[in-house]
Design a protein around this ligand. Structure first.
Ligand code: GLN
Length: 543
């Protein structure tokens, strides 16, 4: 049962350095308030000019996450969803580019006729509109501001927060995350950067209510007291976020220190009893007990933890629910050759063939798919990974040596029908994609239905549910002209989108676990509801 009250706002900002884990803190606050029965949403503001991260290389900001309603977003939304189980939407991820675009479109439309359009008030008003957009639908709206205090580009967001805090009074709380470095030579923890960061915030007219200090060493009470008195913050509102063995311990640590209670007291809500969060603790117990390891290879091209964030987390979670610790090994597909593939993959209990775009590294993925298929190593291909499984099967089982995807066979995208008759494009551009010339936000995005074939491995993994819904992000699809060929030779199309007849899942039933999905199951795996396909994949890897 939800408590009905006027919407309250929590702003999460960060100072000193980036990568402090504001997303994890925001998600933890969301989780803790949710555990108290409140209806919560979390949104992320990114101060860059791109409309969304869909056109960014994963090396820039890590993976691109996709919401159910088909918006390409920052990966922090993945944390929000995994922690809280809420479904975010396009309103939960906003960039500076989007803010400006809205304002500029309005200006062209004539909505501000006669006025000079300025950062203050027009841009700041649009930011405020995006923050308060959820008014009435949630008890708490948590707004995380990307970047670090002092960045030129985050200044309009800070001004919007300053104004909102002034307007909302006690209904708004500012949580500021900083870093307390440990200096080895002096054997001391240093609070000066925090003091400077708070000063910077104060200079923008924002007094933080709560400070979360990221630290690699425990801060004693005198240290917290020092920060409290120098920064005008109550002692109980100075919380520390020590390095944890797992990000999923963070909510518990925050709860122990009373972060949620401090927020509620600031707002003036009776605090009451601390919720037990039994399911979360059960999960953590399982995590602690899962010590046996299973080694999984991630065949992809981005050697960066964040590039396959949701896949990594989905595997970790599925491991824990199978009572094992999933040890993930990145295998660069660009370095895989026919000669070294056995050496690269031999110690793995299972292989993920990762999603991706563009030519680079695809041949290595195809070689990996051939190796795991012929050695019957459990294999899970996701999006481009599934397409590579299909191409490999076409080349080596169906005998189409030139089998490819139109993405790579250099056929003019706009003219695919005319030119591709000679090449076996077993993966082809989707009909509705042919006329698209603009890159951003134009793929097949978001959740679509998929009908599962009874008796298939996938159907069993989904607990014998016949209609599922999964999130997509692609332009190319399994070419139905070859479906019969594939099915006769043993690769079955066991998941089909009922309205468009698109193949969403392929599998080889003769193998232990050889499944490819055109969709991205990793986006919908959460701590309390790990995704069934990952669960089933890890289960077989453990066996
Ligand atoms: N590049 C492929 C496509 O557009 C796969 C995309 C992906 O892996 N997300 O269809």
């Amino acid at each position: 049962m939800f408590i009905v009250m006027e919407t309250k706002y929590i702003f999460v900002t960060g100072g000193v350095v980036s990568s402090l884990g504001k997303g994890i803190i925001s998600a933890s606050i969301g989780k803790l308030l949710q555990a108290r029965g409140f209806k919560v949403t979390i949104q992320k503001f990114d101060p860059y000019i791109n409309i969304d991260p869909g056109t960014l290389n994963p090396y820039e900001h890590g993976e691109c996450y996709v919401t159910e309603d088909g918006f390409e977003t920052d990966l922090d939304l993945g944390h929000y969803e995994r922690f809280t189980g809420i479904h975010t939407t396009r309103n939960n991820s906003i960039t500076t580019g989007r803010i400006y675009k809205t304002v500029i479109d309005r200006e062209r439309h004539g909505d501000y006729l006669g006025k000079t359009i300025q950062v203050v008030p027009h841009i700041t008003d649009e930011i405020k509109r995006r923050i308060t957009h959820f008014e009435g639908s949630f008890d708490f709206v948590i707004s995380e501001i990307g970047g670090t205090i002092g960045d030129i580009e985050s200044a309009p967001f800070m001004e919007a927060i300053r104004q909102l805090r002034w307007q909302l009074g006690r209904d708004a709380v500012c949580v500021h995350l900083t870093y307390v470095p440990y200096l080895k030579a002096a054997d001391e923890l240093k609070t000066k950067p925090t003091q400077h960061s708070v000063k910077e915030l104060q200079g923008m007219g924002i007094q933080p209510d709560i400070l979360v200090l990221r630290t690699e060493r425990h801060l004693d009470d005198s240290m917290r007291m020092k920060v409290a008195s120098f920064c005008n913050v109550d002692l109980e509102c100075v919380v520390q976020s020590e390095d944890m063995p797992s990000i999923y311990e963070v909510p518990v640590s925050m709860q122990k220190q009373g972060l949620d209670a401090a927020i509620m007291r600031k707002i003036g809500i009776p605090v009451g009893e601390t919720p037990a969060m039994k399911p979360w603790h059960d999960f953590l117990d399982k995590q602690h007990n899962a010590t046996r390891e299973v080694h999984i290879g991630l065949v992809g091209k981005y050697d960066l933890q964040d590039a396959y964030k949701s896949i990594r987390e989905s595997l970790n979670l599925a491991g824990i629910y199978n009572d094992v610790k999933a040890r993930l090994h990145f295998v660069n597909s660009e370095e895989i050759t026919k000669e070294n593939v056995d050496e690269k993959l031999e110690d793995m209990a299972g292989i993920i063939i990762c999603p991706g775009f563009g030519q680079r590294g695809i041949e290595g993925k195809i070689i990996a798919a051939e190796y795991t298929r012929s050695h019957d190593i459990p294999t899970f291909g996701i999006c481009l990974g599934m397409q590579m499984m299909v191409i490999e099967f076409a080349r080596n089982v169906l005998g189409y040596k030139d089998a490819n995807s139109t993405e790579f066979s250099e056929v003019d995208k706009l003219d695919a029908n005319k030119n591709n008759s000679l090449i076996h494009n077993v993966i082809d551009i989707m009909e509705e994609q042919k006329s698209i010339t603009q890159m951003g936000g134009t793929m097949r995005l978001g959740a679509y239905e998929c009908e599962l074939q009874k008796g298939s491995r996938a159907y069993e993994a989904y607990d014998c549910v016949s209609l599922i819904k999964e999130r997509h992000r692609h332009r190319y699809e399994f070419n139905n002209a070859y479906r019969e060929d594939f099915e006769t030779k043993g690769m079955k199309c066991v998941g089909i989108n009922p309205s468009a007849n698109l193949v969403e899942i392929v599998e080889i039933p003769d193998k232990r676990w050889y499944i490819g999905t055109q969709f991205h199951p990793e986006y919908s795996s959460t701590v309390l509801h790990p995704h069934p396909l990952f669960l089933s994949f890890i289960k077989v890897c453990v066996e």
